[in-house]
Design a protein around this ligand. Sequence first.
Ligand SMILES: Cc1cc2nc3c(=O)[nH]c(=O)nc-3n(C[C@H](O)[C@H](O)[C@H](O)COP(=O)(O)O)c2cc1C
Length: 356
Amino acid sequence: MSGVYPLARRALFRLPPERAHAVALMGGRVACTIPGLMPRLARAAMQGDERLAVDAFGLRFDGPLGLAAGLDKDADAPSLWWAMGLSFLELGTVTPRPQPGNPRPRVHRLKADHAIVNAMGFPSMGADAVARRLHTLRARSAWPATPIALNLGKNRDTPLDGAADDYAAAAHVLARYADLFVINVSSPNTPGLRGLQDETHLASLLTAVREAAPGVPALVKLAPDLEDETLHALVQHAEGAGAAGIVAVNTTIDRSSLSRDPGLQGGLSGRPLARRALQALRVVRKATHLPVVSVGGIHDEAEALRRIEAGADFLQLYTGLIYEGPALPRRILARIRSELDAKGASNLQALRKQKT
Ligand SMILES: Cc1cc2nc3c(=O)[nH]c(=O)nc-3n(C[C@H](O)[C@H](O)[C@H](O)COP(=O)(O)O)c2cc1C
C-alpha cells in the first residue's frame, strides 16, 4: 500500500464502518461532478491497452476488473468506480420496494485478518428510486463509459414462493438502465434467501427476470458455502435455465479461516475468503463455458493473477478496496500488463493455466 491512502485509511478507520463508507462515498460523489475528471482518470488507469479488454455477453469491457455488489447499493457514484480502473460495475443489491435493512451496528472490521463481517440485510432505496437516480445520471452525462450490471434481491418480507415476482418487478423497473442483471440468491443476511439456490427456484427466477427484461443477460451470484458437487450441479443447471454467467462468490458464514473468531453474525469477506473463492472458481470453471466473475479476497496483484490463471473472465473487488485503497485496481492492472508483456501475450485468455 503506498501513497496517501494509509493516512486516509487511518482517519476512516476511526469512524464506524458505515459512517466511513458514507464519508468516502460523499467525497466520491463530489469528485464525479468535476468536469472531465472521471474519464481522464479512467483513461489513465486503462492506458488504452487493448490486451486487457474482455468481450462477453455481447458487450465490450475495457478491462477484467470490477466492483463487487454492495459497495454502491443505490447507484450513488457509478463513474467513481470506473475512474479507478474498474470496468465491470455491479451496483446494488436493489430490492423492488425500499427497505431499511437490519438494525445497526451491522458492519464490523476484523483488522487483523483484513476482513469484514456484515449483516446489512439489503438496505435499499428500492427499484423506483434507483431507476430515477440512474435516469438523472444519464441525463447529466455522468454515466461511465462501461457496462452497468444491477444486482437484484428480494424484499425481506416477501415469502420465498413470491420471490420470483420480486426479482421480476425490480428487473422490469430497471431494465432500461441495466446492461446486465445479477440474480442474488446468496447473501446470508436475508432469512431464507440462500434457499433459492436450488434447481427449481433458480429456473423460475431466471425465467421471471428474462421475461420482465427481455434482452438483458442475467447472471447468478452463488454462495461459497455449498459443497463442490452441489456448486457444480447448480452452475450447470443455471446454464441450462438460461443464465448468462456466474458470479462466484458471496460472503461466507464459515469462520474457520479467521485467526480469531469474534462471534459476529453475518457474512465474512476479505482475505480469509480468498482460498474458498479460488476453489469455487475452479469448480465453476470446470462446470461451464459461460463467463465467470470471481470475487472474494482479492487484495493484491498475486491473488488477481491467480484468478485469471484459474479461468476467471472478470474479477471483482470489495473488501480489498477498503483495506488497500482506490489505487488497488491500477496496481493490479499494471501487474497484469507486465505479465502479458513477459508472456508476449495479446489477450487475457493466454494467461489461463486451467484449460477448459
Ligand atoms: C458491507 C458489505 C455489503 C455487501 N453487500 C452485498 C450486496 O448487497 N449484494 C451482494 O450480492 N453482495 C454483497 N456483498 C458481498 C460482496 O459483493 C462480495 O461478494 C464479498 O464481499 C466477497 O468479496 P471481497 O472479499 O472482495 O469483499 C457485500 C459485502 C460487504 C463487505
